[in-house]
Design a binder for this molecule. Structure first.
Ligand code: G
Ligand code: G
Ligand code: MN
Ligand code: NA
Length: 264
């Protein structure tokens, strides 16, 4: 069957789920939050990767509905974390696709937060820079109103687009997520036999990105931390927080609550 069909089956049959990956303070290794990641477990096709089905969902118009589902599950997850003293302070970072950002999104988010009595300061909305945020298309205003509620906005995959630095001015994010290509170029990639020339170029670009964000006092989260070398690089570059397989893979919410509860 087609991916489009699997997506509509997924919505009808409630086969979408979320996984959560811990985000830690790289100095203490204590968890500070988690990233909510969408999963689709199709009864026939098995687990499908969001990297492949999200573009299809956007093309066939199903992304808003899938996005609403993730948002609701993310806020419910925050409410569950609030129930345990050990995890009540953690934040969750929810990926939002550009086509979801509308007046309706803002209203929905506010309704969810008050229905579940969740503090907006524990919500991070993760946007990718590859979704072009033109200052004049109205999304910039909505993003500012999201921030006015106390919700933080993170810029994902930072440094991989064409105009990264201009986004810092137009969007004014609260958190920057440093793409794993930079983290690993400065850290573990050399062990994995990547070419030295490309690594040096990536490392120089990563250093520049980290320096600009550091100068702006923007907290940074290093992605794709797979070895101690990646942690060392992040701390040298001023990247205080991180996520990656070295700490934990994305996991079901119940596991995330146990994992973080045992470590905070
Ligand atoms: O979890 P995984 O590495 O398979 O995710 C692959 C890609 O899909 C990542 O780029 C991630 O940001 C994106 N992604 C995961 N969950 C969501 C989601 O709920 N909404 C959107 N828009 N993107 C997501
Ligand atoms: O940037 P984005 O939101 O797409 O990143 C989330 C994706 O990164 C998820 O698909 C997650 O599974 C993946 N991921 C998380 N940690 C690691 C890691 O240490 N190494 C690699 N290769 N991918 C990771
Ligand atoms: Mn992300
Ligand atoms: Na990313």
């Amino acid at each position: 069957i087609s991916t489009e069909r699997a997506l509509s089956d997924g919505l009808l049959g409630d086969h979408f789920d979320i996984a959560v990956q811990p985000i830690v303070d790289l100095k203490t290794r204590a968890p500070v939050g988690g990233e909510v990641l969408l999963r689709l477990n199709h009864p026939v096709q098995g687990a499908l990767s969001p990297a492949s089905f999200i573009p299809v969902a956007e093309d066939c118009g199903l992304m808003p509905e899938i996005g609403h589902h993730v948002l609701a599950r993310g806020v419910e997850a925050l409410s569950a974390l609030q129930g345990e003293p050990a995890t009540a302070e953690l934040y969750l970072s929810i990926n939002v696709s550009s086509i979801q950002i509308s007046q309706g999104f803002l209203a929905r988010l506010e309704t969810l937060l008050s229905a579940h009595d969740v503090d907006p300061r524990r919500v991070v909305i993760e946007l990718t820079e590859s979704m072009v945020l033109k200052a004049d298309d109205g999304r910039g205003d909505i993003i500012r109103r999201i921030q006015d509620l106390g919700i933080r906005v993170a810029l994902d995959d930072f440094g991989t687009g064409y105009s990264s630095f201009t986004y810092l001015k137009t969007l004014r994010p609260d958190i920057i997520k440093i793409d794993r290509s930079f983290v690993q170029a400065g850290g573990s990639a050399i062990e994995q036999g990547a070419g030295v020339g490309i690594l040096h170029r990536l490392e120089a670009l990563g250093d520049a990105v980290a320096r600009v964000c550091g100068d702006l006092d923007l907290p940074m989260v290093g992605e794709g931390i797979e070895s101690e070398r990646d942690i060392d690089y992040c701390l040298r570059a001023g990247i205080r927080y991180g996520q990656g397989y070295l700490f934990a893979r994305p996991m079901p919410l119940e596991e995330f609550i146990m994992w973080t509860g045992a470590r905070v």
